[in-house]
Design a protein around this ligand. Structure first.
Ligand SMILES: [Zn+2]
Length: 424
């Protein structure tokens, strides 16, 4: 991509107030993603994703999708617009305060899906008949709506957001328990690939009627709105609710905790028969008896993960994208308007593209070296390649990683090899 043609605009990061006057509390991820030209805030809690941000979102989506498919999930797409009756049936039409309700013609009411148990349960009921059809897991990656009264913290908490939600269906509690444990491992693999595993804690939360605990995946960050307590002895984390019910660590009994602010980047929950019961989702077992299907659900907010990754990976100059989700792998920067610099940069640009290395080429003529470097630091692409008079004198380019201070000269002919080494 040519930077001169890219649909974006960088602005100086500042602690500018947003429409709801958040002022000093503004999350750094909001500031960097907005000033870096990744997202644009339409209103509080509602964002557009520009090409740079959309590319990161797609990379996150692909990592999550691959892991869900590997775990046996089948991808589907369910509607956002949902009938009121289904929500009345589960009691959530009146009990879920974040539910967006919309009125259609003739005063008919609908829900905008904040989650999809009310759709997936009756859907699966049409297909699952016998124990032979179980277990089953389906997932979707789709826009969700939640009427957060105080949407703040930028894209960490929004009213409209992209989410992956997977639902699993089982014949026995034991089968659900095994699948649930497997999903904990799958989730940590996702967070590893996203580059935020180190900061992410499996956190015990209250479980409802079908299990003692559910689990949140909480990423420690000062921008977080949640508080978690990490056991200093065994590293298990518990959320505030659990802490007030049980002042000791449920795993090891220690009372020594470290308190941290955190943002929830995922959650998993054993639903049991909470949703299969109201929709009469049953299966015929081996002995011919009818039994309720036992369910689990597993969520990750994609746009929130994007914000969380920025919270975890930045410095005072801008974002430092983890490689797998970066909008581009390399940022090629031509310094000076000498003709040789231009033609060589153009050649390197084509050469990288031919070798499937995603590259943003800063070909802008009207920007100084300082402005180009400031933009590159803000945007945070993992590898910076600089072409200048100085480097060309040695048939080389300067190669620098965004997260490292030192830069090195690399012969132009060896450039691709460098990327291949970094990949392995
Ligand atoms: Zn412990």
């Amino acid at each position: 991509m040519l930077q001169s043609k890219l649909f974006y605009k960088t602005t100086k990061p500042s602690s500018a107030k947003t429409s709801e006057g958040q002022g000093e509390n503004i999350a750094i991820s909001h500031e960097l993603l907005t000033s870096g030209g990744f997202v644009d805030q339409l209103m509080s809690g509602v964002y557009s994703f520009l090409p740079l941000g959309f590319s990161v979102l797609k990379n996150i989506e692909n990592i999550i999708r691959k892991n869900m498919v590997d775990a046996g999930g089948q991808e589907i797409l369910m509607p956002v617009l949902q009938p009121k009756e289904n929500w009345l049936k589960t009691g959530r039409w009146n009990n879920l305060d974040i539910l967006f309700k919309v009125k259609g013609g003739g005063d008919k009411e609908y829900a905008l899906g904040p989650t999809h148990e009310e759709v997936v349960s009756p859907l699966v009921k049409k297909i699952i008949l016998s124990y032979k059809d179980l277990p089953l897991s389906v997932f979707q990656i789709q826009t969700k709506f939640r009427d957060e009264l105080r949407a703040k913290s930028g894209i960490l908490r929004t009213r409209e957001f992209l989410m992956k939600d997977l639902y699993s269906f089982h014949a026995t509690q034991e089968d659900l328990d095994n699948y649930y444990d497997k999903m904990i491992k799958v989730y940590f693999n996702v967070f590893k690939e996203l580059g935020i595993k180190k900061q992410t804690y499996l956190t015990l939360a209250s479980g409802g009627s079908f299990s003692k605990y559910s689990h949140e995946f909480q990423m420690a960050t000062d921008a977080g709105e949640d508080i978690i307590y990490i056991c200093k002895k065994c590293s298990t984390a518990i959320n505030k609710e659990i802490k007030s019910e049980n002042p000791k660590c449920p795993e090891c009994g220690s009372g020594n905790f470290e308190e941290k602010k955190a943002v929830e980047v995922g959650n998993i929950f054993k639903l049991g028969t909470n949703y299969s019961a109201p929709f009469e989702l049953k299966f015929r077992d081996k002995d011919g008896s009818e039994k309720p299907v036992i369910m689990g659900c597993y969520g990750i907010g994609l746009s929130r993960v994007m914000g969380a990754a920025v919270e975890a990976c930045h410095d005072e100059r801008g974002i430092i994208w983890p490689e797998k989700i970066a909008p581009f792998k390399a940022h090629l920067i031509a310094l000076g308007d000498d003709k040789k610099i231009k033609t060589t940069s153009q050649k390197i640009y084509q050469y990288l593209q031919k070798n499937n290395i995603q590259v943003l080429y800063d070909d802008r003529d009207d920007k100084s070296a300082g402005e180009k470097f400031a933009d590159a630091d803000l945007i945070g692409i993992p590898y910076r390649i600089i072409v200048s008079e100085k480097t060309l004198a040695k048939n080389s380019v300067e190669l620098k990683k965004r997260n490292k201070k030192q830069a090195g000269l690399v012969k132009i002919k060896d450039l691709i090899k460098q990327f291949q080494i970094s990949k392995s």
